[in-house]
Design a binder for this molecule. Sequence first.
Ligand code: SAH
Ligand code: SF4
Length: 350
Amino acid sequence: MSELIEAIIDKAEYEHSMSLEEIVLLLTTPEAEKLYEAADRVREKYIGSQVELRGLVEFSNICRQNCLYCGLRRDNSNIPRYRLEASAIVDFGRRAAELGYKTLVLQSGEDEFFSPERLGPILSELKQLGVALTLSIGEKNREEYESLRKAGVDRYLLRIETTDKDLYERLDPGMSWTNRVRCLRDLKDLGYEVGTGSLVGLPGQTIESLARDILFFQELDVDMVGIGPFIPNPDTPLADADGGTFDLACRMMAITRLLLPDANIPATTAMETLQPDGRMLALKRGANVVMPNVTDTDYRKMYMLYPGKICLNDAPADCRVCVTGKIKAIGRTISVDQGFRRRRTFVKEQ
Ligand code: SAH
Ligand code: SF4
């Protein structure tokens, strides 16, 4: 490894800053081991050994959008569509809380049926379980975000997907990149903990634009960053595209850890689709969160963002046991609180 690369990693480990050119170098250097080790040290120093588990409920696969990469896009007629009843959502939530989850993540396509009015009562019931609530239901206007926040939602996940505006608007027809940024800013302003992130390996995406994604996360000072490889879905117009790689997604994640040392960063499910035990590897390369699925298997099969989704036949209780075992086996512990971002001031070391 060149001295220059080592010096960049060293500086980032203690000062948590990098230029665009430096990030590009780290994304392209042949050997990433030193980067991964530094990300692991920063995670240990700012977060410690505990891993946050978030229980994921996929409550509707109906979507009004048509993102070219995604299996839930409205023009995909190859998947059966479902929308869980309010009582089923609460039921999955209750069972997840009984299994020990302290955060529930409710995710869906952009399904207009679930207006804030319809979600409100569901959210208040879930809130009574004593869990933190995260929503990931796409773009809404400020008033809607405001009313969901008032209904008890603590966090919101909305990936920017890519900071390359032209690429974004080509891949997400009918959507506006500027509006997506507006959503993120509104969410922050309304007091949510905000998560964003990117898809790595989209057709036409450059290394420089990936480097810009990381600077964007840092500039927005987001609380959570989810980075996943793009996995081509046969039911979409991008069926024949080359997907992203596990290695590049890990580099993106590790650099993000260096620049946002106290952020919550998941080891994403898509990573494990590309690499056996990929989530545990990611936990050793900067990640500190895992999001096991707590939806019943019948629905998991229909929530097909991309092919090869893991744990399709595992019941929520089995996932919990399996993930806990794996995390303990790599010498980490399971967090017992709700896992909000623990902000730490950066002490510049001499
Ligand atoms: N509709 C909401 C939430 C569900 S989609 C939204 O779009 O924000 C959740 C995430 O799945 C998206 O942000 C996207 O990054 C990811 N995703 C979609 N298609 C994918 C694919 N083919 N490979 C990997 N991740 C994908
Ligand atoms: Fe819908 Fe989200 Fe998929 Fe886009 S990424 S098609 S908004 S579910």
